[in-house]
Design a binder for this molecule. Sequence first.
Ligand SMILES: [Zn+2]
Length: 96
Amino acid sequence: MLAVCAFAVLIAGCGLKEKYAGEWKDACIANLNEIQTAKQHWALEKRKTEKDTPFGTDLYGTAGYVKKEPVCPAGGTYSINAVGQKATCSIVSHNQ
Ligand SMILES: [Zn+2]
């Protein structure tokens, strides 16, 4: 990424793109935290263990723990994963 920026004709444009990427990442991490909280509520209420994995339909929706299914602002796809694991984004750099 740095090399691409160095050779870019529009340096300012490149910096702007990185700024957006940072905001997308922050928004994505907030989404992942929201999913994680929903998973913990689900596990508590449904008496599930850390090895159980909820479906999207268990967590999202007007009757669910998150009203609207979170979407990665950069176009990544979320994996809910088991309760004992973190929810992840398909964009590797978003998983922190
Ligand atoms: Zn993401």
